[in-house]
Design a protein around this ligand. Sequence first.
Ligand code: SF4
Length: 363
Amino acid sequence: MRAEARNRPGVYRFLGPRGEPLYVGKSVQLRNRLLSWLRGDDRKATELLRVTHGLEWEYLGSEFEAVLREFRLIRELRPRFNVVHRRDRTFAWIRLTAEPAPRLVATLRPGAGPTRRGGRRRERTFGPFPARRSLPRDLEALAAVLGLRDCAGSTPMHFADQVDLWGPSVEPGCARAELGTCPAPCAAGCSEDAYQARVNEAVAFLEGRSDAPLEALDARMLDAAEREAFEFAARCRDRIERLNRLRTRIVETGSRIERLTFVYETGSPTETPRHHLVRRGQVLFSFDAPGPGGGPPGRGSAGHDLASRIREAIRAPAPQLAGLDDEAREELFIVTRWFRTHPEEEGRTTPIPAYLSELGSPG
Ligand code: SF4
């Protein structure tokens, strides 16, 4: 290994006795990284080396490719020494739970949760948003204005259309029913469909399709001011400010991800660059730069074929953030984080129409 491995970007795999992957890692300097593992300096390395029977690695053209390859290998192979979900506290997500009466929860960990039994409802995740301490309070404000519950997930629900009319009545589990900020699905205060209509309004707001919660708050604030209920009017104003901030973040997130649409060139000046077709933060496919010596793409039949492939890839409707599956969402997270931590790399991107023009096939 000492003689073979070179200091280039790449990924490596530690293998168990049957060749099964135990650990996948990446480095921009593969040789140095592997040597540091083999020194067994810490407990994790010692433990890993104790059960390792083989080691393999592959070189890649850039750190970006190594980051992406490592992520995809971990997702595919699930090696037992890897922590699949790394937490990055600069981003947060909003999760709509898959419970019978769903809740909105702020989380630092993206990833879809379970499907509701019977498959009718899936947990949904919105984001990534810049992590702020205020996010849970912002969600509280949204839940209060729309009438979504915020009690424990384990709270039993008794929808109005599901209770036995002659059975014992159930009392609401908290004061929000009395305050009128929750329709009390725990105590037959509303039907499942009526609660779901409120959930749908929350989804429309989180997808940036509706301002209904803000309009409702505006109307309540004006009404309270007319009635000289100034304390309530001030509470409405605070909630409007919170929801406005949340909406700004939703719009910014959408436009930041929209901006991550281009062809991105990676690689060192001494090697043929790789090009990556990125759409809304997702790498659709990668290829060697088609031009002579890895230069500008150039024209001709190869360029024409590539242009057709690009056009086909972007013809499909772009998936909406909320509709992304677990894997796509995590890859989006990785690409977003890459360009946030390496802003200079945006200088190596080309808008897709300009790239198609260089191929002699304007879009
Ligand atoms: S009223 Fe019931 S459903 Fe609503 S938040 Fe309180 S305990 Fe939960």
